[in-house]
Design a protein around this ligand. Structure first.
Ligand code: DGJ
Length: 727
């Protein structure tokens, strides 16, 4: 049952529409609070009828609601023009060419869902034009996450043009602001960079259209008054649920106020909006920890994500073996079946057949041909996918495959038939990325094609239980032969929504197919896509030393259940180190077992067994505490603590030769007594942990910690803490 409450000023929009210019006639000046257990945002209507932000921060603070009409710099959703001089969230070109918009409060309402989420909708309307802008909020109380998006519609005679349309643009007032982003590139993803914001605008963005997050994830940390600390200090965390180009503009003004305008990148995306059509922005997700630092923000995001943000967030993830790094394109049926045998011996639960299984006229034997022709390659796999799935099943493992349905190689039957289906621009030499082109998903025939690829692949093959949806290039010539000349800039926005429709189609039609989102590594990691996926592929860089950093970066916003972490031989690191790094995420392997030494096999088998028997629920469902940052010293330590605090696991990775201060676990129950045990030791090896097999109370462990039982670089340890008496 949905319940309506706190109707401070619910006024019927239609009734009010005619009299909007007479704002001073409104009897009340509502104050609207969006609140979770610990986070709150207060908005208030000024004497001028505009909506202002009074505060954003701890739920318990009652922000001073300004009297009269506050400074325009704190308008809640600042539109361009008519007196507004700060960075705008909205810019509209009206049908008559007027470039200004002035938004006035109309009404608001809040509805509580059964699960305790409160959705608040605040209606604003232009003082002259029939343009309605709805600020929408969803407050997730116990996870302390506030989701915000905007809905825009109008009744002008002809289409209007939206030149700016932020999803969220809160204002902050503090002595200083420190911004942390996740930047990088292919093979070097999600590296943390922190800087102090100074007056003027700092922009973090992507202009890549799709595979849009190759160089930067659409998430950030904003620390208030001092640089972000791990477990203390006031820190906001934010993430845009959008897989396309994004823009975050951080504008520190002359009063040292910060406005963060966050949303789709408006560059090349001026959107022509028809009358009576609702334009939805993607959601911006905010959380705040008033004293818990980055760790608090992380744990809020993780518990939100497991419940709402990723598919089947609390279900265990199977242990995968992916053949990509084991074979690349070079395989046939016998080879794949032989990999199944090895996979079974290692304790693998699911085999994922990567790129290269399709295309006949243009066989997919390399990345120059075949994309678009999703028929099984008869030469490589004469008995088809059903046969492979059955063979895998016989060995007690599930089977999955790779797809990249939005793409086409010019060397393909699909392109021969439909050269006009691709995104490109007239009068320019076509530009390829990895020899491929992007299918224009705004075109209805392409939407039908992608659905058909999904149906033809999964429909006749119920044995396919997993898929990896890849995307290996970005947009460099944003043009559509389907859209009219004046709607060319609708392309990138409409593409994304059509893409989500296709992803949703797959998730709803084939709910039993577990799926991973991939984009040449992590070019598409965000909560817009993750709704339809169980996890993502963080990087093609699987060198475990690099993975310590990459997984560390992503862990700020995404839970371990979503972060695929596979053992490979990249970097030629010790097998135990590679296994221990992978054990801290959604564990898997990318190896040809026949090429592994007996020692390596033993190590991987032991790791897989440990994961299944003891670690999986703890890593995937526990609270993450990052204990020692590899950015501060060449040693990383992190731990997962079970929600009831009876168990914890600490992972320690030594990256350099120096010895370091003790590792101090966090999040334990100070009063509980824990047996401390180093696990995943090589057969016959003795632990160097000074308190191995001892029982120590949580308070002592957290205060004094223990020395990492590691002597040199590229060594690792896994330490299990179990409440004495608990299982
Ligand atoms: C890029 C992905 O990141 C890889 O893991 C692999 O799936 C290749 N694409 C296949 O083409």
């Amino acid at each position: 049952m949905r319940r309506l409450f706190s109707l401070a000023a619910v006024i019927d929009f239609a009734l009010l529409a005619a009299s909007l210019t007479a704002v001073s006639a409104q009897p009340v000046r509502p104050v609207i609070t969006i609140k979770t257990e610990h986070v709150g945002m207060t908005l208030a209507v000024g004497a001028d009828g505009r909506l202002y932000q009074a505060g954003f921060g701890p739920a318990e603070s009652s922000f001073r609601v300004p009297g009269g009409s506050p400074a325009r710099e704190v308008e809640a959703y600042p539109p361009y023009g008519n007196g507004q001089i700060t960075e705008p969230s909205l810019k509209v070109i009206h049908t008559d060419g007027n470039t200004s918009t002035d938004l006035l409060y109309v009404s608001h309402r809040a509805v509580e869902s059964e699960e305790g989420r409160v959705e608040t909708r605040i209606e604003l309307r232009d003082g002259h034009y029939p343009l309605r802008v709805t600020l929408c909020f969803r407050a997730y109380s116990s996870e302390d996450v506030i989701e915000q998006w905007i809905e825009i519609q109008h009744q002008e005679e002809k289409p209007i043009v939206l030149e700016r349309f932020g999803s969220s643009s809160p204002v902050f007032q503090a002595s200083g602001y420190w911004l942390t982003q996740l930047e990088g590139n292919y093979m070097r993803e999600a590296h943390l960079v922190e800087e102090r914001l100074t007056p003027g605008i700092k922009v973090l963005d992507s202009k890549l259209g799709i595979r849009a997050h190759q160089m930067r994830n659409p998430s950030f940390i904003l620390a208030i008054d001092e640089p972000a600390r791990e477990e203390s200090g006031a820190v906001f965390g934010a993430s845009l649920a959008w897989s396309g180009s994004f823009q975050f503009a951080f504008d520190v003004d002359w009063n040292n106020r910060l406005r963060a305008v966050c949303g789709i990148n408006p560059l090349g995306a001026s959107y022509r909006l028809d009358p009576r059509t609702v334009f939805h922005t993607p959601s911006m997700l905010w959380t705040f920890s008033s004293q818990g630092g980055k760790g608090g923000v992380t744990r809020n995001f993780h518990s939100w994500a497991r419940k709402y943000g990723i598919r089947d967030g609390s279900a265990p993830r199977p242990i995968l073996l992916n053949n990509w790094e084991a074979t690349y394109f070079d395989f046939d049926e016998a080879k794949i079946v032989s990999l199944f045998d090895g996979a079974r011996d290692l304790g693998i639960e699911l085999f994922l057949l990567d790129d290269g299984w399709f295309g006949n006229k243009h066989p997919r034997d390399n990345d120059r041909a075949g994309l678009g022709d999703w028929q099984v390659n008869e030469k490589k796999l004469p008995r088809g996918l059903g046969y492979l799935a059955a063979e895998a099943e016989k060995r007690g493992i599930r089977f999955g495959i790779w797809i990249e349905p939005e793409m086409v190689n010019p060397a393909s039957e699909l392109f021969e038939k439909h050269p006009d289906w691709v995104i490109t621009q007239a009068h320019r030499e076509p530009l390829y990325g990895r020899n491929q082109m992007i299918l224009d998903l705004t075109r209805p025939e392409v939407q039908t094609h992608v659905r058909k690829v999904i149906d033809d692949t999964f429909g006749p093959n119920p044995g396919i239980r997993y898929t990896k949806w890849d995307c290996n290039r970005y947009v460099t010539q944003p043009g559509s032969s389907y859209l009219s000349p004046e709607r060319q800039e609708n392309l990138l926005v409409d593409y994304q929504w059509a893409l989500y429709d296709a992803m949703k189609y797959m998730a709803e039609r084939y709910p039993g197919v577990i799926s991973m989102v991939c984009s040449g590594g992590s070019g598409r990691v965000d909560y817009g896509a993750l709704k339809y996926f169980h996890g993502f592929w963080p990087s093609d860089n699987t060198d475990p030393v690099q993975r310590v950093f990459i997984q560390w970066g992503f862990s700020h916003f995404f839970p371990a259940a979503a972060i695929s972490a596979h053992v490979t031989d990249m970097g030629r690191r010790p097998a135990k180190f590679a296994v221990d790094v992978a054990l801290s995420g959604a564990f898997g392997i990318d190896r040809d077992v026949s090429k592994m030494s007996a020692e390596e096999k033993k190590t991987v088998i032991a790791g897989a067994r440990l994961y299944k028997e003891r670690l999986r629920p703890l890593v995937l469902g526990g609270d993450l505490y990052r204990l020692q940052s590899p950015y501060e010293r060449p040693q990383a330590a992190l731990s997962y603590v079970s929600p009831d605090r009876t168990r914890a696991v600490v992972f320690i990775y030594r990256l350099g030769e120096e010895a370091f201060p003790p590792v101090k676990p966090r999040g334990l129950d100070p009063a509980k007594k824990y047996r401390v045990r180093e696990i995943n030791l090589p057969e016959g090896a003795r632990s160097r942990l000074s308190i191995n097999d001892q029982v120590v109370d949580g308070a002592t462990l957290m205060e004094h910690g223990f020395a990492a039982p590691l002597r040199r670089a590229v060594e690792s340890a896994v330490i299990e803490l179990t409440e004495e008496g608990a299982q």
